[in-house]
Design a protein around this ligand. Structure first.
Ligand SMILES: Cc1cc2nc3c(=O)[nH]c(=O)nc-3n(C[C@H](O)[C@H](O)[C@H](O)COP(=O)(O)OP(=O)(O)OC[C@H]3O[C@@H](n4cnc5c(N)ncnc54)[C@H](O)[C@@H]3O)c2cc1C
Length: 403
């Protein structure tokens, strides 16, 4: 049987290797870029957070986030890591459950997959962009600019629109729509959030551990604790990625409430600031030793305290304002950054049009889809690649007639 796979990214490579487990199958893996796994090599800030030991039924979203559960159970984090180990990849897990290659290089993940693809029954076509797909009597005809490929079964593993510079594209959605499938609204997720607050630029580059809570019209939308990074246009860092899903979508007031000392109570902070009244230091040093110096000064100013004054002359109310600035700091939000900056696409091809146990289309027999092109997105921390591995393996095994 000839199995065509469009997309040599995370899910497509795993699908190809799964389908190739039957040596009688012939796999044609088509990738529009010059090499496979281009986006994969940039994941996790170049370290590739390839899975999360806590990835399970929870942590996946979409019109029907539970669609992901079967695939994740069938080929979960532990099995995935065993499988990667069999390809020669050593990995290490952090306390948070995030797993990285031991080498700390995303390229290690790409390399073991690349080497594994060197099999007699896998043909790779690189720089090969499939522009049209036609259903034929016996299978599918795929058209690239100068070439046509025929296959019996077809897996669409084109990924999402996010990370445009790394290969994110509308292509998979278009191909699946041309075959009768439907797509939800696409939104960037795991993405930085822009702010109109003037102070943000002055904090560019500052990192802080904090609790971040997003509010829409004063109603809590999402919250998490972790590392925040200020950028010239707004808020970034893992904690922001975690709370960014659907933030700033739709009208109304959006804000991020930051607690810069999530593990320290208001009373403890207040008594420490009172103690500082005896030091004779200027108010610009009120939060020195507690927060990043630049952040401390911005928060002191935001509390209405002039830097030139002495801490000794601050009133109880002013100390209270400084505590509030540290523990309840509101940053107005305007919009998420675009798809080119986003790590993942929320939305995609309707999962109800696919069988979650096989990844086969309910509309076109013999057609499969996996990975980000489907309307599934995962939490930050390795969940998205786990979805790519799990759904890719399921699609490959079923398209290849192995299961
Ligand atoms: C900067 C960044 C960092 C990330 N870090 C992490 C992380 O650490 N952990 C995590 O879990 N997730 C991370 N992600 C998300 C993760 O990379 C994706 O969810 C995952 O790669 C999706 O796999 P996929 O196979 O569906 O798509 P992709 O890996 O994007 O692969 C799709 C492939 O299909 C090709 N293609 C598309 N259309 C065609 C066509 N018509 N013809 C031929 N080829 C085509 C594309 O060129 C691409 O190579 C990150 C994403 C980005 C952008």
């Amino acid at each position: 049987m000839v199995i065509g796979i469009i997309g040599g990214g995370a899910s497509g490579m795993v699908a190809a290797l799964a389908a190739a487990e039957n040596p009688d199958n012939r796999i044609i893996l088509m990738e529009r870029q010059a090499r496979v796994g281009r986006k994969l090599s940039a994941t996790g800030n170049g370290r590739c957070n390839l899975t999360n030991l806590h990835a399970g039924e929870r942590g996946y979203h979409g019109d029907d986030g539970a669609f992901a559960a079967y695939a994740i159970q069938a080929f979960g984090p532990e099995e995935t890591l065993r499988w990667f180990r069999s390809l020669g990849l050593f990995t290490v897990a952090e306390d948070s459950g995030r797993v990285y290659p031991y080498s700390d290089q995303a390229n290690s993940v790409v390399d073991v997959l690349r080497f594994a693809l060197e099999k007699p029954n896998i043909t790779q076509k690189l720089g090969f962009e499939v522009e049209k797909v036609k259903k034929t009597a016996g299978g599918f005809r795929l058209e690239c600019k100068e070439e046509t490929v025929e296959c019996d079964k077809l897996i669409i593993a084109c990924g999402g629109l996010a990370g445009t510079k790394l290969g994110g594209t509308m292509s998979g959605y278009k191909l699946l729509r041309s075959l009768g499938h439907h797509c939800t609204k696409l939104r960037p997720t795991l993405v930085q959030l822009k702010s109109g607050w003037g102070g943000v630029g002055g904090l560019k580059g500052v990192r802080a551990n904090c609790h971040a809570a997003i509010y829409h019209n004063e109603v809590l939308h999402s919250e998490s604790t972790g590392e925040l990074q200020f950028t010239e246009y707004g808020l970034s860092g893992p904690v922001i990625f975690e709370v960014s899903r659907d933030a700033c979508q739709g009208s109304g007031d959006w804000k991020c409430r930051l607690d810069f000392l999530p593990e320290i109570g208001e009373e403890v902070l207040k008594s420490e600031l009172f103690r500082r009244k005896t030091t004779g230091l200027p108010a610009s040093e009120l939060l020195t030793g507690i927060l990043h110096n630049r952040l401390g000064r911005v928060l002191t100013q935001a509390a209405g305290i002039s830097a030139q004054r002495s801490i000794s002359e601050l009133s109880e109310m002013e100390i209270g304002e400084a505590v509030r600035a540290v523990k309840f700091f509101d940053v107005a939000l305007t919009e998420p950054m675009g798809m080119d900056s986003a790590q993942v696409t929320a939305g995609g091809i309707l999962t109800k049009e696919f069988d979650e146990k096989t990844m086969e289309s309910r509309i076109v027999p013999g057609l499969y889809a996996c990975g980000e092109v489907l309307d599934i997105d995962g939490d930050c921390g390795g969940y998205n690649l786990q979805w790519a591995w799990s759904s890719g393996r399921l699609a490959g095994l079923h398209a290849g007639g192995i299961l």
